[in-house]
Design a protein around this ligand. Sequence first.
Ligand code: 13P
Length: 255
Amino acid sequence: MSSKKRRPVIAGNWKMNMTPSEAKAFVSELYEKVKGKRGCDIVVCVPAIDIPAVTKVLSGTSIKVGAQNVHFKASGAYTGEISANMLVDAGVKYVVIGHSERRQYFGETDETVNLRTKAALDAGLCAIVCIGETLDEREKGITSEVVSRQLKLALIDIDAEQMKNVIIAYEPVWAIGTGKTATSEQANEVCAIIRKVIGEKYGKAVAKAAIIQYGGSMNAANAAELLAMPDIDGGLIGGASLKADAFSVIVDAAQ
Ligand code: 13P
């Protein structure tokens, strides 16, 4: 079940950082550092306004561009929102869905995470679906229950074929931006639970192929240990993805 035959996916989540001009310069620098490294998929999930600049620089390279959110309707009176088709047309391949910051600050619910995931998949995007427990939930001993529930609700009406374009990012909320990384054992334990839940719903083959990332204070110093764990297939990286050197070391750790 936990064979590491899966190709790791290293994704940067820039969050609300980098203007279009900064983004352009940054991805040029990043590309120079990672261009020969073919052992994993590399993605940068950038603010929507940076997408044109970043796709232009990265066009024809092995670095793929992701967005950080998508609306679930195809079009209409939803001021400020961006649809999956708009992202696809702009050259985006991946989209982060249900990040804990969106759940915490922007009213994202398990239901809207599911709707956004379906919209992304229908448009041909790869969905990076984020789940994870808070510190309070971990201390209460309900991590497994919380993460399993979030996962099941996110995957309602998504079939086995569509699962090829779903990545699950396990991001314990208490480890995000805090410098507190889950130990590799803690992270792997929850990623294994996620794989088990996927197996119960879709069968062994889908579970074995599923890409499950860890996210939460992953950096140049701890990436190798986390990525060596049997059920961790990559990382969703915040702070360290804003530094080309650090991100490049994480990409090395995934080779
Ligand atoms: P940090 O790597 O800054 O902890 O952020 C993790 C994260 O939220 C990625 O989506």
